[in-house]
Design a binder for this molecule. Structure first.
Ligand SMILES: *Cc1c(COP(=O)(O)O)cnc(C)c1O
Length: 400
């Protein structure tokens, strides 16, 4: 087999338009979001306005990272130290980190074979924990049955905050991910769907929540200078009661995000063309189980996941190595120890340990791969062939 030589962490360059916009901000010297001249709408405010419109949300707040967005969303939702906060166990470290950051206790919920939250386990843990908030991570872009989930949460009076780090642009039954509960949190970190190095966005339709989140983000008393915030009157009750946790976005980052937002729908099509090409190929390989994607789900295929049910740890290690020898960088969620960005609930010691047999059985056979837009469709076909080749080799080895 011919090795693949592409780089799995190489993003596309920023467009000339984004670069010119960044240079303009630098030449102005006004990098801080509140440093605007009379009548000027700074880049951060313009981004908030544009993102709220694109998302179909009343309000949007830009901040320093996706993790920070989740932290202030939890706090603005009223979560206090010692409270229980539910979250699905299959996610990445910033999610339990955001819960720990507000002093709350994460209650991990099982996932199912399609990599989404297990609603039966959720119902049981709502009962048992008394938690009033679910921080739902749409991990790797897999969206749970949002109709059933929202019905369960409204029946049990649990508030929903969505972690949309992997679902910016995705929909369930036509409705944008991030619009199903109190708030949606997004990341503009380099490996997500828009790239400003670091960055985060919070959206909500709730004025009081957004006023608290805005004060928390460190708006001093300059909340009037926001592009998509609540009316000034809403702040009267919260302005002196809310601490400043300083985590604003700056005009430089916002300036490179604005042109990317305009190109996001086109990029989603490019991601999905690449994802679907690989998925179709893998679906036909004996031994590979692909997560089912319901018709109601419109996903963004910026990464792909597949399972090799029943694979042992040693075998999984050999499979990863074999793929790597041919230039294919896979992640495995079953590993005991965290590797780079990839970790599982067993290595979040600060949470204490939770018995999650269903999730563990799934993670033990779960592989994951980024699909950067710098890969061509021919690259994707080549990668799929390499994966299919090694899965077939595994199967013939274990048959022998
Ligand atoms: C990246 C990521 C976030 C947010 O991360 P930041 O690096 O803080 O912007 C949140 N949840 C998941 C699942 C992520 O992968």
């Amino acid at each position: 087999m011919r090795p693949f030589t592409g780089n799995f962490t190489q993003q596309e360059p920023l467009s000339d338009e984004a670069i010119d916009a960044a240079v303009d901000v630098m030449r102005s010297g006004r990098l801080h979001r509140y440093n605007v001249v009379d009548g000027e709408m700074g880049a951060v405010s313009a981004l908030e306005r544009a993102y709220a419109d694109w998302q179909g949300a009343r309000f949007c707040l830009a901040c320093t990272s996706g993790g920070y967005a989740m932290g202030i969303a939890l706090r603005a939702a009223g979560v206090e130290p010692g409270d229980a906060v539910l979250t699905n166990a299959f996610t990445l470290a910033p999610v339990p980190g955001a819960i720990a950051g507000v002093g709350a206790n994460a209650v991990l919920v099982e996932i199912d074979e399609n990599l989404v939250i297990d609603l039966d386990d959720l119902a049981a843990k709502i009962d048992r924990s008394g938690a009033k908030v679910l921080l739902l991570s749409h991990m790797r872009g897999h969206i749970a049955d949002m109709d059933a989930l929202v019905a369960l949460l409204s029946k049990t009076k649990v508030q929903l905050i969505e972690d949309c780090a992997h679902t910016m642009g995705a929909r369930w039954n036509g409705k944008r991910s991030g619009s199903f509960g109190l708030a949606g949190c997004f990341s503009t970190q380099t490996y997500k769907h828009m790239n400003s190095g670091e960055g985060g966005l919070v959206v909500s339709d709730d004025a009081d929540f957004m006023a608290r989140a805005t004060m928390l983000s460190g708006s001093y008393m300059l909340y009037d200078r926001h592009g998509a915030g609540p009316h000034g009157d809403v702040y009267e009750a919260v302005r002196l009661a809310t601490p400043n946790l300083s985590g604003r976005m700056d005009n430089l980052r916002a300036s490179v995000l604005l042109p990317q937002l305009a190109g996001l729908d086109a990029n989603i099509e490019r991601w999905n063309a690449r994802h679907d090409l690989i998925a179709e190929r893998l679906m036909s390989v004996p031994g590979i189980a692909m997560p089912h994607r319901p018709d109601a789900e419109f996903y963004v295929g910026s990464s792909i996941q597949f399972r090799l049910p029943g694979i042992g740890a040693d075998e999984a290690g050999r499979f990863l190595e074999s793929a790597a020898v041919l230039g294919v960088e896979l992640k495995w969620f079953g590993s005991d120890a965290p590797v780079g960005f990839t970790s599982n609930h067993h290595s979040w010691f600060y949470l204490g340990s939770t018995d999650l047999p269903r999730t563990d059985a799934i993670l033990a056979g779960l592989f994951d791969m980024r699909i950067p837009l710098t890969f061509s469709k021919a690259d994707c076909a080549h990668i799929a062939d390499i994966i299919a080749h090694w899965v077939a080799t595994l199967a013939s080895r274990s048959a022998a």
